[in-house]
Design a protein around this ligand. Sequence first.
Ligand SMILES: *[C@@H]1O[C@H](CO)[C@@H](O)[C@H](O)[C@H]1NC(C)=O
Length: 232
Amino acid sequence: MLLLLLPLLALSALSAPLLQKRVTGIPGLDVSSYQGAVDWATVAANGAKFAFIKATEGTDYVNPDFSQQYEGSYDAGLIRGAYHFAHPDSSTGAAQANYFLANGGGWSADGKTLPGMLDIEYNPSGATCYGLSTSAMVSWLSSFSSTYEAATGRYPIIYTTTDWWSTCTGGSSAFAANSPLFVAAYNTEGPGTLPAGWSYYSFWQWADSGTFPGDQDVWNGSQAGLEAMATG
Ligand SMILES: *[C@@H]1O[C@H](CO)[C@@H](O)[C@H](O)[C@H]1NC(C)=O
């Protein structure tokens, strides 16, 4: 009897954490200067496989912690990528893509570097769509995207929310064919309806805090698939 009970006790001890809702996918994170110097060895030990690092905003801001974060994540064995926070009201998409490229946002086929990500979302300090019409916003995105592609051979990953994309691009489906989607939706059930055009997401930002510093993300696929995305 005692021998039979022991495995049962062991099982019930295991089931408590297993009952918590788990987000499926390969875990990763994204950070900015807000996180400062990151302890990448600990992040790697806790299971992160990739990291996105803020490089630039507009054409007048460079993340002062970029090198520590971008090189540190790489040195710890993570696949890393840089991102640009779009300010479509302040200069053209081409100008911001070039600024991003000049400040760490490039891509190399080393198998450890993801294509650059464009963070396009709610204006933190003004009109939600930066005062642009939906058609002007689509033009701005095309300008950024084609400039980035011409320089690197890769299309940028697009990070956004379904609501912002619908409101500010008018639900444009013009970018889904080339740009992988990084969707933001804070819950553990799934991102729900995706921005227009995309039939699946590549990355999902599901919480703004958790195990890792910064935002908590997952890659929708396998480690081999993530490496293939990096390799191009
Ligand atoms: C994950 O990606 C695959 C394609 O690689 C796709 O078929 C699937 O629908 C995606 N899952 C989600 C939840 O987006």
